[in-house]
Design a protein around this ligand. Structure first.
Ligand code: ADP
Ligand code: MG
Length: 240
C-alpha cells in the first residue's frame, strides 16, 4: 500500500531523513519507534505531503506521490492522520468536527455525514458526546473524536503520530483500545508510539529509527526479544 524508497529530507542543512526504505502492506500495522528527534514525525509528514521531500520516492497504492498523480486533497482523503495534539476545531461540536470534511471535501450530504459520524462515535464509545465541544472533553475523549474524524473520510490508511503522548496515564488505555479494534478490523496503520505494550500486541512489524535511518526492523518478537543492533538494545533498555 505504501512504499518509500531511499526517502530523504533535510531542513536547511540538517539531514533529518537519510534514506528511509520501508514497505507497508495492506492491512498491516507498522509501529515506528525511536528516540526523540530521530525523524519519526517528519517521516509521517512526508507520507501525506505535509512536508516536501528532498530525494527518494514514495509509492502509494501503486502510484508515485511526488509526481502530480495525486492532488493533496485526494491524498489526505486516503490517508487519515492523528496527531499528538488532537487538533480539533474548538468552536465546533464533536459531531460537526467529524462531519465537516466529508461534507466539504467529499460532498456527502449533511444527513449521510451525520449518520456516518454517529456510527463512528458509537465505535469509539462517545455517542453521548455528539453535541459537546472539545473543551468539555477529556484528553482521551478528544483523541477518540480525532480518530473518528479521520475515519469519517474512509481512509485507506491511518497514520498516528504519538497519539497517546499528550494524555494523562489513565486515558492512554481507552485510546489504545480504539486503535487496537481498528487494527483488528483490518485497517492499514502506521503508528509512531512509545507504547511498547501496544507495539508488542498489535504490530505486525516494528521499525526502529535512529538519526534519520532505519536501524532495525522485524516482528515485535524479533525487535523486542532479540534486537541485533546495539543502538536498538540501548533504546529498548531505556523505554521498557
Ligand atoms: P521525532 O518525531 O522523531 O521526534 P522529528 O521528525 O520531529 O523527530 O524531528 C527530526 C529533526 O528534524 C529534529 O532535529 C527536529 O528539530 C528537526 N525538524 C523537524 N521539523 C523541522 C522544521 N520544520 N524545521 C527545522 N527543523 C525541523
Ligand atoms: Mg515526533
Amino acid at each position: 500500500m505504501i512504499e518509500t524508497i531511499d526517502l530523504r529530507k533535510e531542513f536547511k542543512h540538517l539531514e533529518v531523513l537519510k534514506g528511509i526504505s520501508m514497505k507497508v502492506e495492506k492491512g498491516e500495522v507498522v509501529v515506528i519507534i525511536g528516540p526523540s528527534g530521530s525523524g519519526k514525525s517528519t517521516f509521517l509528514r512526508c507520507l501525506n505531503k505535509l512536508e516536501e521531500t528532498d530525494g527518494g520516492e514514495i509509492i502509494f497504492e501503486g502510484k508515485p506521490l511526488v509526481t502530480d498523480k495525486y492532488s493533496i486533497n485526494q491524498l489526505r482523503q486516503k490517508m487519515g492522520m492523528v496527531f499528538q495534539q488532537f487538533n480539533l476545531f474548538p468552536h465546533m461540536t464533536v459531531l460537526r468536527n467529524i462531519t465537516l470534511a466529508p461534507v466539504k471535501l467529499k460532498k456527502i450530504s449533511e444527513r449521510d455525514a451525520n449518520k456516518i459520524a454517529e456510527d463512528l462515535l458509537a465505535k469509539v464509545g462517545l455517542s453521548d458526546k455528539r453535541n459537546a465541544y472539545p473543551a468539555q472533553l477529556s484528553g482521551g475523549q478528544k483523541q477518540r473524536v480525532a480518530i473518528a474524524r479521520a475515519l469519517a473520510m474512509s481512509p485507506d490508511v491511518m497514520l498516528f503520530d504519538e497519539p497517546t503522548s499528550a494524555l494523562d496515564p489513565e486515558m492512554v488505555g481507552e485510546v489504545l483500545q480504539v486503535m487496537k479494534k481498528l487494527a483488528e478490523d483490518g485497517m492499514t496503520m502506521v503508528v509512531v508510539t512509545h507504547e511498547m505494550g501496544f507495539a508488542r500486541e498489535v504490530a505486525d512489524k516494528v521499525v526502529f529509527i535512529d538519526d534519520g535511518q532505519i536501524i532495525e526492523e522485524g516482528s515485535p518478537e524479533q525487535v523486542f526479544l532479540s534486537p541485533q543492533n546495539e543502538r536498538t538494545k540501548q533504546f529498548l533498555s531505556k523505554v521498557i
